[in-house]
Each structure stands twice: as C-alpha cells, then as structure tokens.
Write a protein that binds this ligand. Structure first.
Ligand SMILES: *Cc1c(COP(=O)(O)O)cnc(C)c1O
Length: 390
C-alpha cells in the first residue's frame, strides 16, 4: 500500500471557497473592488486593528510598509538572520541597508537581547528607521520589549507576521499593532490562509493607511479633497508620489475572505496536530525536540520545525530528508540564514551570528497543514525515528 504523500505545507480549500471565487468571476469586478474592501474590513476586525490594506503578496506588503515610513538610502533596517529573504529585500528595495540580528537558537526568533546587539552595530552604519521582528513558524517574542528598544534608538517596529495569521500574543491577535506601526501578512498557499498570491498590512494609523492605499496604486490620489487642483473635472486625478501596482484582485480577495471565515478552525486544527507531534516527540528528546515555546504566545503554527541533533544521530540532513521522502513525507529547511545568501555576502561579507548558525544546523520543518489526519504526526515521527537510525 502506498501511503499518501505529505508535503510540509499546503492549502485547505473547500467548495465554499471555490463558490466564492466563482461568484466574483460571474460579477462585474475582477481587480480591486468591493470584495477587496470586504476582505480588508474583515481582516482588520480579525486582527483587532484599525485598518487593513490588502496588496499583491507578503513581499509587497513589507515594501509598502517601509516605503510608507520613508525608509530610503542611508537608512538602516534591522532584520533577524533567520527569515525568508523577503524581509531583508524589502529594505533593499527602498535603498536602505540591512543589519542582521542574531536569533535565539532554540526558537529561531530575534529577542530583545539580540536586537540590542544589532542596534549597537546599526548605529555605526546610519540612522535606524525600522526594526522587523519575524514571527517565525507563528511564534512571537517579547514585542513590547523590542518596541521599547527600537523607540529608544529612534526607530519603529514593523512586524513581519507572514507566518502568524491567527496567532495571539499577550491576549491580543497578532496584527493588532499595539507596539508596532504596522504588521505585514502573506496569503501564499503554504501560509495559514490562502489567496493564491496575496498580502495585507494592518495599522492603527489612519494617515498611514491612506498612504499605503495610495502607494499600492501608483501613488495616485483619488480623494478630491486632498488634490492640489480643485476644478472639479470628472477625469482629474493626481499622482502625488511614486507608487507601484501592488493591488490585490477581487478574485484573490474572494478566496482570502472565504478562508478567513475558517481561521479559528484552521488555528485549532494546527494546534491539535502540533500537540500530537509534541506527544510523539517526547520519547525522542533530546535527539529530536519541538521548537522551544515562547511565553505569552498562543501560536497558530504555520510550520512545525523540530530541532534535530544530527551529529548525535550520525546522519546528515540530506540523508534524513531523503529517507523521509522515500516514505512519502516532505520536509523543508526554514531558513538558510539570509546573510549567507550570495547577494548579502557580496554586500556585507560574512557575519558572526552564532545563534542563527546553531538554529540552522538543527532545524527541519515537518508536514503541518489542516488536511492532515490524526494518525499523520505519529507516522511522520516514526519515519523520522527510523531515518535517524531507530
Ligand atoms: C512568505 C513570507 C514572506 C513573503 O510573502 P509572499 O506572499 O510570498 O511574498 C515574507 N516574510 C516571511 C517570513 C514569509 O514567510
């Protein structure tokens, strides 16, 4: 009997999702229209934020968030070394420099301590405009403490919450922006809710929301009250700054809105599966351990990374991934430290970030998606045990 292949992540679509998209296709609007508005309203409410601005993907969300802060050449942004490269690239799109912060080797997260060190390095390079904590796998560190450090350095916090849709921190949903000026989300199919491609920024600052909407559509001002020319000509519009076409379509928004209705279910199911994994791995410590958990955080886990002592097992990660694949189990590494990518090595040279190196040396993400069955975590744990030599 061949067993069902388990990828490390995948979307969970149902007939309602398909019907929601079909309804938009039968209507008048394909690109940004009423369904984007409806999604923005629902997403802001789900996050407990004043405003949500939908855009084409998580990368453009990050770029817009930094552009709306006027991040530019000469400025510095602080990004944890362990993240998807888009977090750092967003700063580069603005012409700013990136200083990489080290991470806690047990969680992969930037901490107030590693941020403090990065701020000292950054001060020598230029004014720090933004600090971007990344909620890796869906977990949060102490955002309030990181915001205090950022503010003391004259910077603000922009959360990369692409992994953390549905996570609650200190009793509030991620995206509520109590300590950050904005939070950025992705609706790529492997993320917790899917739009195909899609992203959003949440903020409580009305002016910033206005500016983000303008920047996502070429910098065009549509509000007649805000225009320089007040002749009342019906065709008139003004491009007041340089923006982009980073819009989300109504087709994508329909899918995201339909998925958002099941977010509580998705979060509960991900927690349930993570609990089954945690139990299965109890007997395998310390050779295999789940990610260390952070306090005050109820994560909606986007990934299920484990820490593996490959040296103790006498196996390397390639062998283990291949053995899992032979059993129909996908796995992935999140992430190769971004400063080790050739582009960043050319730019900044090799950096000593021992926490990131230690995290990277041991991490492996195992399948975690809503459509997994109750028996799957044990199947994966058993296969991993066998792959590590029993
Ligand atoms: C997925 C992701 C992004 C980028 O999102 P896209 O929608 O793929 O552009 C940015 N940061 C992190 C941490 C991500 O995981």
């Amino acid at each position: 009997m061949t067993q069902r292949f388990l990828p490390y992540g995948r979307q969970a679509l149902d007939e309602q999702d398909i019907e929601a998209v079909a309804e938009v296709l039968r209507g008048d609007w394909l690109t940004t229209g009423p369904t984007v508005d409806a999604f923005e309203t629902a997403f802001a409410a789900a996050c407990g934020a004043g405003h949500a601005i939908a855009c084409s993907n998580g990368t453009t969300a990050l770029h817009l968030a930094l552009a709306a802060l006027d991040v530019g050449p000469g400025d510095v942004c602080i990004v944890p070394a362990v993240t998807f490269m888009a977090t750092a690239n967003a700063a580069r799109y603005c012409g700013a420099d990136v200083v990489f912060a080290d991470v806690d080797p047990e969680t992969g997260l930037m901490t107030p301590e590693t941020l403090d060190v990065a701020l000292q390095v950054a001060r020598l390079r230029g004014p720090v405009k933004a600090v971007l904590p990344v909620h890796l796998a869906g977990q949060c560190e102490d955002v309030a403490a990181m915001a205090s450090l950022a503010h003391a350095a004259g910077a603000v916090l922009v959360e990369d919450a692409c992994h953390a849709v549905g996570t609650r921190h200190e009793g509030e949903p991620v995206g509520a922006c109590r300590h950050a000026v904005s939070a950025c989300f992705s609706f790529h199919p492997v993320k917790t809710i899917a739009a195909g491609e899609g992203g959003a920024i949440t903020t409580n600052d009305a002016d910033m929301a206005e500016r983000l909407r303008r920047l996502r559509s070429h910098g065009i001002e549509r509000d007649p009250d805000r225009m320089q020319r007040q002749e009342g000509e019906p065709w008139w519009h003004e491009m007041v700054e340089l923006g982009w076409n980073y819009r989300l379509s109504d087709i994508q928004a329909a899918l995201a809105l339909s998925q958002l209705k099941r977010l509580d279910h998705f979060a509960a199911r991900r927690q349930e599966l993570a609990g089954l994994y945690d139990t299965a791995f109890e007997a395998m410590a310390p050779r295999v351990q789940p990610l260390a958990r952070t306090p005050d955080c109820e994560p909606c886990l986007h990934l299920y990374p484990v820490r593996i002592d490959f040296d103790a097992a006498g196996k390397d990660r390639t062998e283990v991934m291949e053995a899992l694949r032979a059993q129909g189990i996908g796995s992935q590494v999140h992430y190769i430290p971004v400063p080790d990518q050739p582009y960043y090595l050319d730019l900044y040279g090799r950096q000593e970030l021992p926490g990131a190196q230690r995290y990277y040396a041991r991490t492996l993400s195992l399948p975690l998606f809503v459509g997994m069955e109750d028996g799957d975590p044990l199947r994966v744990a058993d296969a991993l045990k066998a792959a590590l030599g029993g």
